[in-house]
Design a protein around this ligand. Structure first.
Ligand code: DC
Length: 230
């Protein structure tokens, strides 16, 4: 059997990175780490502890001081569903809501937060055999990852997917709001001062605007084969 590797997946929001990463992890028997959930969990902690003012300002020093007290874990339950735990509490549903989504960009732009989470992520990868998705995995967290993938898709297509998903979950949103949110997040991810989203020069580009999940898996296994033959 080949040695275990690290698969780093980055890209724009709502490109289906986590579904893709999860599917790869399941097929490879690897651990899956959703780093976006970690930034979301820190955001929820900040909201709950009054570290984000009504005007949306973050009390950065207080948050930096609280970081060691923020414990984030991923737990698989009996039917294989993954949940994110913040200090022992299942917060999976809450971190996906509009309140956390509205503040997470600002939290993820704080250097002390990034430093802490990058450190935790690197610890998780010590034994390899890991699929990690986020915005800076191939550039900052694991620049030496054996396989790097950068995912993107048309904003319109991403908004349609996200809109459908939110409707299914019973959330009340309009398509225009979802599209605006997708564009806004792209802008914020690409223009922030701290670790802006960018494609690592050696990352494979996967534009899945017109690819089914099955076609994406086929693409992945072709790439893996190439890597093994190289
Ligand atoms: O992938 P997501 O939408 O759950 O990510 C939530 C936010 O966290 C998003 O604003 C980008 C940010 N993020 C980041 O800055 N670095 C990561 N490695 C993962 C997510």
């Amino acid at each position: 059997m080949q040695d275990k590797i690290i698969i780093a997946i980055d890209g724009h929001s709502s490109t289906g990175k986590s579904s893709f990463a999860k599917a790869i992890a399941a097929r490879m028997g690897y651990l899956y780490v959703d780093t976006g959930a970690m930034y979301r969990a820190v955001t929820l902690y900040a909201l709950r502890h009054g570290l984000i003012t009504r005007q949306g300002e973050v009390e950065e020093d207080a948050l930096a001081a609280a970081l060691p007290a923020i414990d984030i874990r991923f737990v698989n339950d009996a039917d294989g569903q993954r949940a994110t735990y913040l200090n022992g509490e299942d917060v999976e549903h809450e971190i996906r809501g509009i309140r956390v989504s509205g503040h997470v960009s600002r939290i993820s732009a704080i250097a002390a937060v990034r430093e802490r989470l990058v450190y935790l992520q690197q610890q998780m990868g010590r034994r390899k055999g890991l699929v990690m998705d986020g915005r800076d995995i191939g550039t900052v967290v694991f620049p030496q990852a054996e396989m790097k993938i950068f995912m993107t898709a048309d904003a319109q297509v991403r908004a349609e997917r996200r809109y459908r998903e939110m409707k299914e979950k019973g959330r009340t949103v309009t398509f225009d709001d979802v599209l605006a949110n997708v564009r806004q997040r792209d802008y914020e991810d690409e223009h922030r001062l701290v670790t802006p989203l960018r494609r690592a020069p050696d990352a494979l580009l996967l534009d899945n605007s017109r690819l089914s999940p099955e076609e994406q898996m086929e693409w992945f296994f072709n790439q893996l084969k190439r890597l093994n033959e190289a």
